[in-house]
Design a protein around this ligand. Sequence first.
Ligand SMILES: [Zn+2]
Length: 126
Amino acid sequence: MAPVPMTVDELAVLAQGLPTSARCLNRDCRRKCPRRPGTQGRQKLFCSSSCRLTYFRERHALLDAWERLEASLSADRRPAPERELRKLQKWIEWLLLRYDVGDPSAVGRAAAAPSTVRDEYGGKSE
Ligand SMILES: [Zn+2]
């Protein structure tokens, strides 16, 4: 069944109820990023460039570990039984969901270190 279009009243209620700020995406940070109402472009996802860097370093480290585990699975001499390696991969996949990564195999080596690339959320958003 297709979604039903909203009424004028429903739109007003929705706009009133949406949060005007959201937590910084750095998992160790408790600060909030206010939504910039006049902005048509990107909204801030991090409270500071330091938090943005931390986030992408952690994301990169997790992706790197996941890929190393993937390589270990097909290695001639596995460092651990397959079950152990897969268990660690699943653990990392669970963590990566917090970094907007649902499928690490789809990200691949393109996930460069944040110090060498302006991340996809825009380095100028701070
Ligand atoms: Zn922060």
